[in-house]
Design a protein around this ligand. Structure first.
Ligand SMILES: *Cc1c(COP(=O)(O)O)cnc(C)c1O
Length: 376
């Protein structure tokens, strides 16, 4: 059996090596390293794949979130409602911009922000909501958008883990996650579902003025060369990464299918097991399985991780410490916030290997060992 990894980017690369190597060499030969043709082509192709209005490439997913929040003109002290159960980048940029993160609980099934918790957290200083499509499962965007419209709030979707996921509205309309809120942000970190061979990110919006502003912010607030109208930053997707991403974008649907097949295998293997909660799949959207995360009894979780590692099976805890308990946010006095679902999940979740290159022998072995430990 081939060794098992959390993410197997090498095997994936080898399947498209010829095409990727050629594209990278072409960029090198062109020397158009910054904002070259490859960046423009990938941006246009991603924009049409997602059905976004405007796509702005940038240096990474954290910058994408930061630029989004800068463009909305949020002022120090403005409150931004966000889940505590997410990767730190989502909430870190809120504090970095001197905004106040308001941590709310997640839904026990989707693990994404709980819309009713959002409503309860809205106050006079609330300006924005940042839902995260965690592990590749969409947050309940229709309810979230209705709440936002009712209260005049902005919505920034953190789509770093869910690129390619479809959201189904009750009207029958479908949209890709990341294109539903006022702004969507994503990451091309190598292990993400659409991963570069280094860092990268992008921002999406349907609003022309916001798009123009975000483009300026990502480029030193520049309207034309050497005329800087607003304070911005330097955040670029480089041409080599764009060339690679453009090739991988053509395979994205196939990659998502491969992840779903692996998830189906695990689901079948763990079906009806009293000690395992398998990932929920809502009918309002598609799960693209950035992670395959199960819940087990807290008394078994760390033992399971340890046991799997003795069997050469890696696993990860995403995330052991929720945002409201991070030292970084002590200044906001949030550590005593009551977020029972978040607190329980941090004790119960464990993510198993999932990627595009798992074969059935590996999947059988992993599920057999998970069951062997839990049935013991
Ligand atoms: C990866 C990730 C980010 C940040 O992306 P980078 O490209 O690493 O800066 C933000 N939010 C979530 C939920 C992520 O998973």
């Amino acid at each position: 059996m081939r060794p098992i990894q959390m993410v197997d980017t090498k095997t994936q690369y080898h399947k498209i090596k010829e095409e990727v190597d050629k594209a990278v060499l072409e960029v090198m030969e062109s020397t158009a390293f910054i904002n070259g043709k490859a960046v423009q082509e990938f941006t246009a192709n991603l924009n049409s794949y997602l059905g976004a209005g405007y796509t702005i490439p940038c240096a990474n997913g954290t910058d994408a979130l930061q630029i989004a929040m800068m463009a909305l003109g949020l002022q120090p002290g403005d409150e931004v409602i966000t889940p505590s159960f997410t990767y730190i980048a989502t909430t870190e940029v809120i504090a970095l911009l001197r905004l106040t993160p308001v941590f709310v609980d997640v839904d026990p099934q989707t693990y994404c922000i709980d819309p009713s918790a959002i409503e309860k957290a809205i106050g006079p200083k609330t300006r924005a909501i940042v839902p995260v499509h965690l592990y590749g499962h969409p947050a309940e965007m229709e309810r979230i958008m209705n709440i936002a419209i009712k209260h005049g709030l902005y919505v920034i979707e953190d789509n770093a883990q869910a690129i390619g996921s479809d959201y189904h509205f009750s009207t029958g309309q479908r949209k890709k996650t990341g294109t539903i809120g006022h702004i969507g942000a994503t990451s091309f970190y190598p292990s993400k579902n659409l991963g570069a061979f280094g860092d990268g990110g992008a921002i999406f919006t349907n609003d022309e003025a916001l798009a123009a502003k975000m483009k300026m912010i990502a480029n030193h607030g520049q309207s034309r060369q050497y005329y800087h109208d607003i304070v911005g930053c330097n955040s670029r997707l480089d041409s080599i990464q764009a060339a690679i991403l453009d090739i991988k974008l053509k395979h994205l649907d196939e990659y998502i299918s491969a992840r779903k097949e692996a998830a189906d295998h695990y689901d079948n293997a763990f079906a009806n097991h009293p000690g395992i909660v398998t990932p929920y799949r809502a009918d309002f959207g598609s799960h693209v399985f950035h992670q395959y995360t199960i819940q087990v009894d807290p008394s078994k979780r760390d033992g399971l991780k340890e046991y799997l590692s003795t069997k050469q099976i890696p696993s990860m805890i995403y995330y052991p410490v929720p945002g409201h308990k991070q030292k970084m946010f002590e200044q906001f006095g949030v550590e005593s916030a009551e977020l029972p679902v978040t607190d329980a999940l941090t004790q119960r979740v464990i993510s198993l290997p999932i990627h595009t290159e798992l074969d059935s022998e590996q999947l059988k072995y992993i599920s057999r060992e998970v069951l062997a430990f839990l049935n013991n």
